[in-house]
Structures are given as C-alpha cells and as structure tokens.
Ligand binder design. Structure first.
Ligand code: ATP
Ligand code: MG
Length: 333
C-alpha cells in the first residue's frame, strides 16, 4: 500500500491556508486504500522561538484542528513529531548527506531568516533535512503539501537519491509532492504577493480557524483588492493576484472549479462578492471551530490520541532507522 506522510507546525494557530492547502486534503486522502500518517511537527516549530507554554497549547490545538476537520485517528496515524525520536535520528544522517549548496538554495530559509541570516538558528537552516527524515523514516512516497513546500519535497528526493547512490542501495524511495486543488497557495489578505502564514505578525493578513463570524466577515471586507469588479472570465484574473486569491478561496471552500465559480460571480463588484465569500467561509469554518473547542475541553484525551499515534508510528519508523544504521555501518544497529 502506498504511504502518505505530511505535517503542520504548531507555530501558531491554524489558518485558512493551512486548512485548504493541507489539512482538508489530508482528510480527503484518508481511507482510500492508502496508509496516511499525519504529524504535528513540534521539532520544526522550535526552529524559530516558541514560548514553551504556547507550544504545548498550539500542539494540542493543532491536534484538535486535525480531529475537527475530520481526521480519524483509527484510519490515520496522528502524533507529534518529538514523541518519535527516529525522525531526529534519521535527520542527523541526512544532515551528513545533504550538501551546503543545496541548503543555500532553499527559499523558505531565505524568507524566514530575512536580512539578518546570521541570527537565524542552525535548526532553521537544517529544517529541510529534518523534513526529509519525517517523510523517509516511513518510506512515504506521497506528500500532500501547499505550493510553498514543493522545493523541500524535491530536496527530499535529492537526499534519497544521494544516500542511495553513496551507499550503493535502493533503500529510500522517491517521494512525490501532491499539490492539488484551487488553494495550493492561499495569499495574505493584506499583500497579494505574500502567502498567508500562521506566523505572519499581522492578524489581518490571515483567517484563523478559530476566528468568529464577525472577525471573518471583517477581514474579508477589508481584504486588499483593486477597485475593478471581478472580470467576466477566469483568464481576466491572471494579472490580478488579490482578486484571484479570493476567487480561489471561494472555489476551494465550495469544492468547485475556478471556472465554475467564475461562471457565477464573474463581473460582480467586490461589494457583492466579498459578502458571498464571507458567508461561505463562516458556513464552512464555524462547525470546525466549534468542534475544535469541544476537543480542547479534554486535553488529556488529545494527549492520549497523540501518544497512541506515536506508538504506531514508531513501529514503522524503528525498523527503517535500524536498517539505515546498518547500511551506514553503525555497530550495534
Ligand atoms: P509558518 O508561518 O510557521 O511557517 P505556515 O502557515 O506556513 O506556518 P506550516 O506549518 O509551515 O504553516 O505548513 C503546513 C502546511 O500548510 C504545508 O503543507 C504548507 O505548504 C501548507 N500551507 C501553509 N501556508 C499555506 C498557504 N498560504 N496556502 C496553501 N497552503 C499553505
Ligand atoms: Mg510554513
């Protein structure tokens, strides 16, 4: 059976971008004759500073988000990364396989480190090698992600190929990113050239899964757009990133193609389209945030689900790490 792995960082609250670009698609892949493994990647989150108490809360909230979005812990394996030490162990091996030149090309590091890269953590730089280990410690071949993670999944292939080549083996499989749907790159509501992110300092830039109906309506009403009405056809969105973003969000939330949405809303002014989008977003997100809050009332149950998932994940990861150690020549593996 093909194996799917993906993860989300507990580096803040879940956004609409995470939901449409990742989580909703994780749930859609579940149970269709494939094995699905989904992770709360807490070790990735600490590549930038996280207050310890906030990290705990965000880890539980993200888990509640997965469950509320429809992830079934009996159909998928759901756990937090730090409970499966094989990720970090394999990451060290991959740190020794990946080349500095490859890491230097990673755009996420450049974006997150900003101008003063000297002050960035070594972990932030090594992030993609840990991500490769997250995936390959399960021999996963499909990784549903948003567009922004494509480069890291490609690096995962490079690491697997170099490992296999250097050690004369075919042990690690080639992994494919799965980037599908209308919302593979949801943009900031304040800046059509930046992706929506949970770590963006501006709360107005994103819709949080926990925002109430008023907050969602207000953020959409204030979303930056140009003054023209929507074009009459999809092609007219090409040079209009903000308009395109809102139409893409509408398409993903309503599970329609962009063309189908444009057949309905093409030509409408934003004063008409934005309230439609706000109503749709509230209708789709409110039930999830209600469920999330319900799960959060029982943090012990969340912790139990994570521990159970971690146990099942280790059963897969442990023999793969052991075999890797043998291939590398570690005595006692
Ligand atoms: P951070 O700002 O801390 O990096 P993030 O919002 O980028 O947080 P991640 O945990 O880094 O979220 O990413 C989790 C998943 O969500 C990844 O698959 C990523 O590609 C996807 N994703 C993140 N932002 C978007 C977005 N704006 N549109 C679509 N997918 C997204
Ligand atoms: Mg990110």
């Amino acid at each position: 059976t093909p194996r799917v792995f993906s993860g989300i960082q507990p580096s803040g609250g879940l956004t609409l971008g995470n939901y449409l670009g990742a989580m909703k698609r994780f749930v859609d892949m579940q149970g269709s004759g494939i094995e699905t493994i989904y992770c709360v990647v807490d070790m990735h989150a600490i590549t930038v500073w996280q207050d310890p108490q906030a990290l705990q809360k965000q880890t539980r909230e993200l888990t509640a988000g997965y469950l509320a979005a429809g992830l079934d812990p009996t159909k998928s394996i759901l756990f937090n990364q730090s409970q499966v030490p094989e990720h970090a162990q394999l990451a060290w091996i991959f740190n020794c396989v990946a080349r500095l030149g490859w890491m230097n090309r990673m755009t996420q590091f450049k974006d997150k480190a900003g101008k003063n890269a000297e002050k960035a953590s070594l972990g932030l730089y090594a992030y993609p090698a840990l991500m490769a280990a997250d995936i390959l410690v399960y021999h996963a071949t499909q990784v549903p992600v948003g567009e922004d993670q494509k480069q890291h999944v490609e690096l995962t292939r490079d690491i697997a190929a170099k490992f296999n080549h250097d050690y004369g083996t075919e042990f690690f499989p080639m992994t494919d990113p799965v980037i599908e749907g209308a919302a593979t790159r949801v943009m900031s509501l304040r800046d059509g050239s930046k992706k929506m992110s949970k770590s963006d300092p501006s709360d107005a830039s994103r819709i949080n899964m926990t925002d109430d109906a008023d907050a969602i309506a207000k953020k959409i009403r204030k979303a930056k757009t140009d003054p023209e009405p929507l074009p009459s056809e999809t092609a007219g969105l090409a040079e209009r990133p903000e308009a395109r973003n809102l139409v893409n969000i509408y398409a993903a939330l309503s599970e329609q193609s962009v063309d189908a949405v444009m057949a309905d809303v093409g030509g409408k002014p934003f004063s008409e389209f934005k309230p439609m989008l706000a109503d749709l977003a509230v209708a789709k997100l409110a039930p999830i945030s209600t469920e999330m809050a319900r799960y959060m009332e029982d943090p012990a149950e969340i912790d139990r689900i994570l521990a159970d998932g971690a146990g099942r994940a280790r059963k897969i990861a442990s023999p793969i790490l052991k075999k890797t150690y043998e291939i590398v020549g570690m005595v006692g593996a």
